[in-house]
Design a protein around this ligand. Structure first.
Ligand code: PAF
Length: 283
């Protein structure tokens, strides 16, 4: 595995790989867990024996709000590198903030519509930061395929929109959320939870799962969402940013289950903001 920190180095390392089979990119912010490693495994599967896998680790300051956890975000580059080496990754791309955003950097990518509700409303500027850095990462690596997790469902939808809108010839693959045995979605931010909070956190996937089952059985969407919100509040979550049923493709809010949908939730538990989502399908 070659680890690169600057663009000339990255370009030189990628050059011999181009044209020698497919190239896949897994963008991450590090603090890798089994969820990331499932993306890496899928990348390896998709490029096949002759192909190459690149993983980026960059904690992107532009996607954190002024009162968010940029300074506290877990950084474990040495352990991450060992995991990626063991997984057979070819390129580890670790730009510094000065490489990603050199003096004079003045461009912002804003994806309209799909990035405006949900986390876009709760975290102003977040998806501009994501869209800007993902556009740069895709331009830097120029992969054939890029893999993202469905845990960040709105992020995945925003990236699909931007890749289509900007005519990037890159296949975007969304991978199902990886969960701990008890059902909590794997996330680097789970490391912030105290033992007590870790137990209470289970209420999020459980409340979403229960609401999804009720809605699929024909219960009122409004009542099922209200019950999920009450369950979260009873388990110490707050503020609850949203628990919403949305069109699975456009993320427009839905009040009746008449097409494939996604139930998404985001709430704080102590100082940790957790998100999760689940498919809800009409019979
Ligand atoms: O999902 C993440 O880890 C980040 O939002 C991403 C896509 C790497 C962009 O910084």
């Amino acid at each position: 595995m070659q680890t690169l920190y600057d663009l000339p180095g990255l370009r030189a390392a990628l050059e011999p790989m181009r044209g020698a089979g497919k190239l896949a990119l897994v963008p991450t912010m590090g603090a890798l867990h089994d969820g990331h490693m499932a993306l890496v495994e899928e990348a390896r599967r998709r490029v096949g024996p002759g192909g190459h896998v690149a993983v980026s680790i960059f904690v992107n300051p532009r996607q954190f709000g002024p009162n968010e956890d940029l300074a506290a975000y877990p950084r474990r580059e040495a352990a991450d590198a060992r995991m990626l080496l063991a997984a057979g990754v070819d390129i580890l791309w670790m730009p510094t903030a000065a490489v990603m955003y050199p003096a004079g950097f003045a461009t912002n990518i804003a994806v309209g519509g799909i990035s405006q509700g949900l986390d876009g409303a709760a975290r102003p500027g977040h998806f501009d930061g994501v869209a800007t850095v993902v556009t740069k990462l895709l331009n830097q690596v120029r992969p054939d395929v890029a893999i993202f997790g469905e845990k960040d469902y709105q992020q995945l939808a925003v990236i699909r929109r931007l890749v289509a809108d900007l005519d990037m010839a890159i296949e975007i693959v969304g991978m199902p959320t990886q969960r701990a045995q008890d059902g909590l979605a794997l996330s680097s931010r789970n490391a912030y939870l105290t033992d007590e909070e870790r137990k209470a956190a289970l209420a999020l996937p459980r409340a979403l799962g229960e609401a999804a089952r009720q809605i699929e059985k024909g219960a009122s969407v409004e009542a099922a969402l209200a019950k999920a919100v009450a369950t979260l509040a009873n388990h110490g979550f707050g503020p609850i940013d949203y628990v919403t049923l949305c069109d699975a493709a456009t993320l427009e809010p839905m009040t009746v289950l008449d097409r494939p949908a996604r139930l998404l939730g985001a709430a704080k538990l102590g100082t940790t903001r957790l998100i999760d989502n689940i498919a809800v399908d009409p019979a």
